[in-house]
Design a protein around this ligand. Structure first.
Ligand SMILES: *Cc1c(COP(=O)(O)O)cnc(C)c1O
Length: 388
């Protein structure tokens, strides 16, 4: 399908490829939404390849083919949310299995591990994989290592290739949540990861209009097992949401290029701003992960975290933004500001927040594609109010 046809194309072009045979006989350029729960058979043994949408759907399959292609995997599975994707990956493990997870992760993933997976008998150890040696944490029952890079929200960067070598030496699998950079900037499977996860809600969808998630794999055995879990638990993405994300992906490259350009400019701008005590953006040469990013990614992304000098100042910023939305989530065309301590990380244990430096002075930006001068003017205005 999409796979053979797009081999050799650049990533920008891969975003445009739809399977013309699968699309329809009338030559639709926008892939149709096959809003059908079930599919008729041509006779006994005459399945069209589509039986029931929990298992397969042409629109979703088209999306899966594009995402597999973008991440250089053999298959991608599209889920009803990023969390459904993470939860389904966790179903690969058995009670008694041990997983090493990075200490700075999306809050919902931490909640899943703590509240659901532990109850089902999985064991977790939290480590700072950007700084610590993973080998120190491996036990007899360790099965996998799970991380994000750059992390959310503190932007710690881990060397995926180095980690994957250590992990594979011990027979474990490496799972990377690649939401923050998207396949446009980073391909963890190429760097040695075994499983890639995405919240499709973010950069892939790109417009804050739908929720979705992906798992991309390169091993047939893992794929087979995940497909069985997938059709059994029924966490697949709906045809309409599949179509929305398919459409979002068409502009992935231009959106990300522009958002990154804005992020770099905003990082520089905020660095020189009074009341800003720290700007954490992996595209700044003084970021500890800068060299690793240059080696393993094609860009630095559009996420940046900054710290101001008081909680009150942070509150004033949040209370007074107008152009920028004070909202959770990331990866859309409009700039969002998030307060991790009460939003994305509200349920993360206090000890972990302290350890990661996620204080009431930390703000996270998902930089959009607005005019940079308007974004700067917005901050000028808000900072002036906050400083009163
Ligand atoms: C948003 C997010 C998730 C969860 O995805 P949903 O689509 O909200 O379920 C997982 N990981 C990261 C890094 C995220 O940003």
């Amino acid at each position: 399908m999409g796979k053979e046809r797009s081999s050799g194309y650049s990533i920008d072009t891969k975003c445009q490829i739809v399977d013309k045979d699968l699309a329809d006989r009338w030559g639709a350029v926008s892939f149709p939404i096959y809003q059908s729960a079930t599919f008729a058979h041509h006779g006994l043994g005459g399945s069209t390849g589509y039986d029931y949408t929990r298992m397969q759907n042409p629109t979703r399959q088209q999306l899966e083919s594009v995402v597999a292609d973008l991440e250089n995997g053999i298959d991608a599975l599209a889920y009803s949310s990023g969390m459904a994707a993470v939860a389904n990956v966790m179903e690969l493990f058995k009670p008694g299995d041990h997983i090493i997870v990075d200490e700075d992760l999306y809050g919902g993933s931490i909640r899943l591990f703590e509240e659901i997976n532990k109850k089902n008998g999985l064991e977790f150890t939290v480590a700072n994989l950007s700084r610590e040696n993973v080998l120190d944490y491996i036990r007899d029952n360790t099965k996998a290592v799970y991380l994000e890079t750059p992390t959310n929200p503190m932007m710690n960067v881990t060397d995926i290739e180095k980690l994957s070598k250590q992990v594979h030496q011990k027979g474990l699998i490496l799972i990377v949540d690649n939401t923050f950079l998207s396949p446009y900037f980073q391909n963890p499977l190429d760097l040695g990861a075994d499983i890639v996860i995405h919240s499709g809600t973010k950069f892939l969808g790109g417009h804050h209009d739908t929720i979705g998630g992906f798992v991309v794999v390169k091993d047939e055995k893992i794929d087979e097992r995940l497909r069985l879990i997938y059709k059994t638990v029924g966490a697949g993405l709906s045809p309409f949401d599949s179509w929305l994300i398919l459409r979002g992906i068409r502009t992935l490259s231009v959106r990300l290029e522009r958002a990154q350009e804005n992020a770099i400019k905003l990082a520089e701008y905020l660095k020189n701003k009074e009341h800003v005590t720290r700007v954490i953006y992996p595209g700044l040469p003084d970021h500890p992960g800068y060299e690793i990013m240059k080696k393993q990614a094609r860009g630095f992304g559009a996420m940046l975290t900054f710290e101001v000098d008081s909680a009150e100042f942070a509150k004033q910023i949040l209370d007074n933004v107008e152009l920028i939305y004070f909202a959770e989530s990331l990866g859309g065309t409009e700039t969002l500001i998030t307060y991790p301590i009460t939003q994305t990380h509200a349920e993360v244990p206090k000890s972990l927040l302290d350890k990661n430096g996620i204080t009431d002075r930390v703000l996270r930006l998902s930089v959009g594609i607005e005019g940079i001068e308007d974004l700067k003017a917005e901050f000028d205005r808000v900072f002036e109010i906050a400083a009163r």
